[in-house]
Design a protein around this ligand. Structure first.
Ligand code: GLA
Length: 584
């Protein structure tokens, strides 16, 4: 049986020095039919290992559940890594950051305010244990010691940037070992201050996360860990984007030089990301360092392999660098197939609030959305107001559209710090509330979403709200109720939101597409019922990636949830991706 261990200076594969050349691919950000393709392209770039996080909240959407099928079939993903002759690194969290909703921590955990966050609080540890048992049932049999691809296992994630609860880290280590992990355990932290020490334990192998100045960072790491292989566990060769900012890019030649410096220094590396993929549905996270900044749908990351799995200039620059140090396969991936653009018109729509969700009356103060037992997407609040005036909240998380007797009267946005809206007169108030993504980094992890009370109308508390979660898992009711637009209405007549509009388009068969929503304002798009993510006119991204396997031969359905209004009834399929302008 093969062995993988940590030597004095090197990783040792079967007792021989081994350099980890890893690339991050998050299986949960890639359509499962495309996993093998992305893994193969990593091998062709010269990599020998695939690294992935495991998102607890995705596998466990409600308490007591563990889903590991289809796009969440971690076992199959690891098997495909093995089939390609590569190794695997698994980072199961329980916290993963990753610009992923809530950094992977399930929001249901925090419905009980006594449950701790990333600490040795017993309620949190009990939930972590149940999760780890389920994940490790998939990972343990796939360790190298048992003939599988997994060579390393991460404890927590950059914990030194959050806390220093050693009992928590020890619990994770003991739990992992008890459940059968026998490959080396490691931690990763930013090489600054005391993060490396705070985020680790003496028995764990320490690695760094950084994207530049390799020599300096590795020296810092070496000072704190006198022996053992040096590794950059997240070589940031690109970056993520937030709504309303430019698309972040790094020059391919500059990134390649950084990679060269790492390899020349003898370090092992995990390229973060090799292939970023997509934040489908409502899965994106957010940052909040005083200003709330939700992450966009694309997780292209300016990675070597683009969001749609195509080699970029950076891919070839990295391949050249790796080839200087190690053998690289001679085959190179084909270029993106050429596509033709097409235009599709939505043919009818259903007002979202004409099919309101079932609501429950919650006596007392306005409740957070978690009370519904749903943890992502959209919610509806309702209350009768006896008169008009200024309605305020202590915070709005994250975006609220107000309707008085069905008429829009305002929007409050957390990003803009808004928390007061003028209500013109009394009537039935409906609030369509969007959770734009839970914070995935820093002290706001675990916070509640929704209208954060007290809700005050002219200074007097408004109580007894009704609340329900908007279910977009099935669009059947909206499709069945859709009224066709009257014949002869010009395309630029637009669509009034909030509504769901529908279109049918024909296809020869599966194949990638790029949905362009020029003239539409904000919402989500669905292909054959699959939520391909949020769009927003403020950018940066202009197209949404439609993975080829979602498209079938013959008739396909496009549905668009538009929250505000569109200037057109048309959308287009573009010839390629447009993830937005960079700053150059
Ligand atoms: C840190 C985290 C990652 C990711 C990157 C930024 O290194 O560990 O999960 O959030 O930052 O993309």
């Amino acid at each position: 049986m093969d062995t993988f261990t940590i030597g004095d200076q090197d990783f040792l594969l079967n007792d021989r020095p081994f350099r980890i050349l890893s690339g991050a691919i998050h299986y949960f950000r890639v359509h499962p039919d495309l996993w093998a393709d992305r893994i193969r392209k990593a091998r062709l770039m010269g990599l020998n290992t695939i690294e992935t996080y495991v998102p607890w909240n995705e596998h466990s959407p409600v308490p007591g559940s563990f889903v590991a099928e289809g796009g969440l079939d971690l076992g199959r993903f690891l098997d495909l890594v093995a089939d390609s002759g590569m190794h695997a690194i698994v980072r199961p969290g329980p916290y993963i950051c990753a610009e992923w909703d809530s950094g992977g921590l399930p929001a249901w955990l925090f419905s009980d305010p006594t449950v701790g966050v990333r600490s040795s609080e017993p309620g949190y540890l009990a939930a972590v244990s149940a999760y780890m048992e389920a994940v490790l049932a998939l990972v343990v049999p796939r360790q190298i010691s048992r003939g599988g691809p997994v060579i390393m296992f991460q404890i927590e994630n950059e914990y030194g940037a959050y806390g220093s609860d050693k009992a928590y880290l020890q619990h994770l280590v003991d739990l992992s070992k008890r459940l059968g992990v026998d490959v080396p355990l490691f931690t990763c932290d930013q090489p600054f201050g005391t993060m490396i020490e705070d985020g680790s334990l003496p028995e764990l192998h320490k690695t760094g996360t950084f994207g530049s100045r390799a020599d300096e960072r590795l020296a810092f790491l070496r000072e704190r860990q006198p022996t053992g292989p040096l590794m950059c566990a997240e070589f940031w060769n690109g970056w993520f984007d937030n709504w309303g900012t430019h698309h972040h890019t790094t020059d391919a030649a500059v990134s390649a030089a950084e990679l060269d410096a790492l390899l020349t220094a003898g370090a092992s590396v995990n390229i973060y990301m090799f292939h970023g993929g997509t934040n489908f549905g409502f899965s994106n996270g957010a940052n909040d360092k005083g200003i709330y900044e939700p992450t966009i749908t694309s997780y292209d990351y300016d990675a070597p392999l683009s969001e749609d799995g195509q080699p970029t200039a950076k891919y070839f620059a990295f391949r050249d660098v790796i080839a200087k140090h190690f053998p690289v396969p001679s085959e190179v991936p084909a270029a993106r197939p050429s596509l033709t653009s097409s235009v599709v018109s939505v043919s009818g729509s259903t007002p979202l609030l004409s099919i309101p969700p079932a609501t429950q009356l919650v006596p007392g103060p306005v409740p957070p959305v978690e009370i519904t037992g749903h943890y992502r997407g959209f919610y509806l609040y309702e209350v009768m107001l006896q008169g008009g005036g200024v309605l305020s909240f202590s915070e709005v998380r994250d975006r609220a559209q107000f309707f008085l007797d069905g008429v829009p009267v305002g929007v409050l946005s957390r990003e803009a710090g808004e928390r007061a809206v003028v209500i013109p007169h009394g009537g039935r108030l409906q609030v369509l509330l969007e959770d734009q993504g839970r914070v995935n980094y820093g002290q706001r992890i675990g916070e509640a979403k929704g209208l954060i009370g007290p809700a005050l109308l002219n200074g007097v508390e408004v109580v007894d709200w009704e609340i329900g979660a908007v279910d977009l898992k099935s669009l059947d009711a909206f499709r069945d109720a859709a009224l066709p637009f009257p014949d002869g209405h010009p395309a630029h007549a637009g669509v009034a939101g909030p509504s769901l509009s529908f279109a049918t388009f024909e296809a020869d068969g599966p194949g990638d597409r790029f949905l362009r929503l020029d003239g539409w304002t904000k919402g989500n798009a669905f292909i054959n019922g699959f939520n391909i993510g949020r769009y927003w006119s403020r950018g940066p991204q202009r197209t949404l990636y439609v993975p080829g396997p979602l498209i079938r031969e013959g008739a396909n359905e496009l549905a668009i949830l538009e929250l505000h209004g569109s200037a057109t009834r048309e959308v287009s399929f573009a010839v390629g991706p447009d993830v937005g302008p960079d700053e150059k």
